[in-house]
Design a protein around this ligand. Structure first.
Ligand SMILES: Nc1ccn([C@@H]2O[C@H](COP(=O)(O)OP(=O)(O)OP(=O)(O)O)[C@@H](O)[C@H]2O)c(=O)n1
Ligand SMILES: C[C@](O)(CO)[C@H](O)COP(=O)(O)O
Length: 233
């Protein structure tokens, strides 16, 4: 397998309105550490030559520097300020990316991403140009049209995760496009340039911490993973 430079853009520039917490969710406690610590740890552990671009609200730069002091060895990390939307935060991060790089874009609030999934995404991106992790839907779903509703075939849909991974040649030009509210992830942006994205199997445990219950689930999953109540790595 050929080797490429690897850059993980970890987007943590949001305010977490759905969490309804005074502290943005990426800085909330998960097993004794901020959520974001676990996410950075996952990428730093996945490849020794991983470079991390951390996109955070400017007001939290000092807090992040404190959090990074706990890392030994400290991975190569560049701090970048967040943007108005997730798209703008990713675009700010991409300004640090050079040519011939495999770029992982990952939510700072998905701290349970595994080394295996990061490796899968890297290898698939080298082969296909992109790698978008997906999992099956497990609930029945319905389409609402005005006052009406109808069951739809859930096998026709997938739930999308991160890290969404791309060769830099693919993702850099895509983010020159003007912002469109349909750009809820990187795959949608790349598709607007006419590319088809490659899907890879994601992981049930790779949850996005969005609401308070997600933090409880993440703590349980971490504890289960380490075999200890704290789950700290
Ligand atoms: N302007 C933004 C908005 C979101 N994000 C990041 O994108 C990831 C996924 O977004 P989401 O879960 O929607 O986070 P928030 O926007 O913070 O949450 P909410 O939508 O509840 O306000 C998070 O790590 C979040 O910090 C970002 O970097 N910049
Ligand atoms: C990128 C993402 O996490 C894929 O599941 C998701 O699209 C982010 O969406 P949100 O509206 O910012 O939660």
């Amino acid at each position: 397998m050929q080797q490429r430079k690897k850059t993980a853009i970890i987007v943590a520039g949001g305010s977490g309105t759905r969490m309804k917490s005074a502290v943005p969710k990426q800085f909330m406690d998960l097993a004794g550490r901020p959520v974001l610590y676990h996410t950075i740890r996952a990428f730093a552990d996945a490849y020794t030559d991983m470079e991390v671009v951390l996109v955070v609200p400017e007001a939290h730069f000092n807090e992040v520097r404190g959090l990074l002091a706990d890392f030994t060895p400290l991975p190569t990390i560049t701090l970048v300020k967040g943007g108005e939307t997730r798209f703008h935060s990713v675009r700010n991060g991409l300004q640090q990316v050079t040519v011939d790089t495999v770029v992982f874009v990952h939510d700072g609030v998905r701290p349970l991403v595994s080394t295996t999934l990061i490796h899968t995404c890297y290898e698939a991106a080298l082969q296909y140009g992109s790698a978008i992790p997906v999992i099956d839907m497990k609930d029945s779903i319905r389409e609402i049209t005005g006052e009406k509703n109808a069951a739809v075939d859930r096998d026709r849909y997938k739930i999308i995760q991160t890290p969404q991974t791309f060769l830099s040649d693919l993702i850099l030009p895509a983010f020159d496009l003007p912002y469109n509210p349909l750009f809820t992830d990187e795959a949608t942006v790349v598709e607007h340039l006419g590319h088809t994205v490659h899907l890879v199997p994601g992981e049930e445990a790779n949850i996005k911490i969005t609401r308070p219950l997600d933090l409880t689930i993440a703590a349980a999953l971490l504890a289960d993973r380490s075999g200890e109540p704290s789950g700290i790595r």
